[in-house]
Design a protein around this ligand. Sequence first.
Ligand SMILES: NC(=O)C1=CN([C@@H]2O[C@H](COP(=O)(O)OP(=O)(O)OC[C@H]3O[C@@H](n4cnc5c(N)ncnc54)[C@H](O)[C@@H]3O)[C@@H](O)[C@H]2O)[C@@H](O)CC1
Ligand SMILES: Nc1ncnc2c1ncn2[C@@H]1O[C@H](COP(=O)(O)OP(=O)(O)O)[C@@H](O)[C@H]1O
Ligand SMILES: [K+]
Length: 520
Amino acid sequence: MKIFSDEQVYEGDKFTAQKQQITSIELMERAGIQIFNWLHLRMQGAQVPIHVFCGIGNNGGNGLVVARHLVNHGYNVHTYVVNFSDKRTKGFLVNYDLMKQTQKKWPTLIGPKDDFPKIGPDDIILDAVFGVGLNRPADDWVVHLFQHFKASKAFVLSVDIPSGLKTNAAPVKDTDVVWANHTLSFQSPKLVFFLEDTAKFTAQWEVLDVGIDPEYLQKTNTLTTLITKQDILPVYKPRKPFSHKGTYGHALLIGGSYGKIGAVQLASRATLVSGAGLVTAFVPKCGYLPLQSSVPELMLITDTNDTCISNIAIPIEPTVIGIGVGMGTSEETASAFTDFLNQNTKPLVIDADGLNLLAKTPALMEKLPKYSVLTPHAKELERLIGKWSNDFDKLDKAINLSEKYNIILVLKGRFTLIVYKKNLYINATGNPGLATGGTGDVLTGIITGLMAQQYEPLEAAIFGVYLHGKSADIAVQDFGYEAMTASRVISYLPKAFLDLFVKPEPPKTANKQDDKTTKK
Ligand SMILES: NC(=O)C1=CN([C@@H]2O[C@H](COP(=O)(O)OP(=O)(O)OC[C@H]3O[C@@H](n4cnc5c(N)ncnc54)[C@H](O)[C@@H]3O)[C@@H](O)[C@H]2O)[C@@H](O)CC1
Ligand SMILES: Nc1ncnc2c1ncn2[C@@H]1O[C@H](COP(=O)(O)OP(=O)(O)O)[C@@H](O)[C@H]1O
Ligand SMILES: [K+]
């Protein structure tokens, strides 16, 4: 699912107005009607007080459209204009007049010196104070109004974005932003709904179809994508009837050390279950027996050293190499890793101690083949790029690293972000059941397995992260969060593959009702 930038939504609005020969006011009316329908469908005329807070820009204009339709349908509406500026937009002014005509009085103006209205805990707040046009910090009194919303405990429905939140920067303070229960986001979700520091500002979100012309939506490419099943299916490579194990590549996993052989076991099982034709593991000698007896499908090559990797000599021609899980960072291993990178020409997936060794000797980054996939969790990422001041700073640093070395970064977390140069892919599958040791090793195995089958590295990263989270989402129905283990994530990978073809994912779009409901 494309995530459009603010500019692209504005452009889309202009394009639609021109192509469909309608005015921006009519488009605003369409969007407002969609929001009204959303509320009307759920409230069915209930007389719960609805407090509509409108700013003086187009977000406020949207709020006024909703308020008018609510009044026309007999709802218990209180409309306020948060009068923080006199630079009112046309969309605001037209709907301000219509509101006056509808309820025969002007909405209540709230200025810096006014008392805020009483809001009960069972009331509803429609937050249309600021949209994506916020361009400087809100005045203190407006911020106090946001805190008044929160203190009221009323249900907050934000129009387009929680007011005070920007789409491309972190807020200075958490109190500067409205805390929404639900946000109706125009045309696509926003990146900030998925970032650690800002996801909390809306408990839930839905996309509102504001009627931008389909031609524009289709032809416009975005830098940011939310990964959905619809994005995965075109990438999927069906298994061919006349194929054999050689068709699906030979994956090599390098890793393990005394006490951490399990990491290689998990990764190699995940590689097998992801469909690789052949899988070999390169491990210290102590790994031979446990791996040979627990994973019969796996082939093994051992290091000369008993307890850690000291000299990576591989007498095979793998399609792809996944390196680093459970490997340790001893001096011998570090030097073996350096020698390996100096002569390696194969595509790489690098995780865990592979990343830690890269961070220790950044010059090694120069040795990475193009399109290497690196899968750091937050701590590993910090070792690679240093501390960041907020999510956007982190993303900038990750983009710089990806551009400098032409590599793919998989930033693991609640919402794993895949960064390739300026392109960003957000994964929303997965759950806190994955917060347990070894699940990252499983992910490394999956991505390596997909690359063995000739998925492009970026495709493999996107598909792999999606499948990994999906397995956990299906497994959680049987195990709950606590009893989920990395092995169980592997056991549910088959169901994650099958799920691609069973039920279509319902689009996360607000219900679209027939516009007739608003006509009298
Ligand atoms: N078809 C539609 O109905 C569309 C509606 N849109 C709505 O328009 C919104 C954006 O509207 P605007 O660009 O008018 O801006 P907003 O309504 O988000 O912002 C308020 C206005 O106040 C000014 N302002 C910004 N920060 C301020 C601050 N801290 N203190 C005082 N004034 C400040 C801005 O210059 C802006 O004109 C979207 O979020 C959405 O709600 C657009 O998305 C386009 C499509
Ligand atoms: N709360 C969560 N929600 C969704 N995914 C999670 C959550 N916690 C962890 N994960 C996922 O689990 C994996 C953990 O990886 P990692 O930290 O490397 O584990 P390990 O090193 O033990 O294998 C990552 O893919 C991460 O995105
Ligand atoms: K808003």
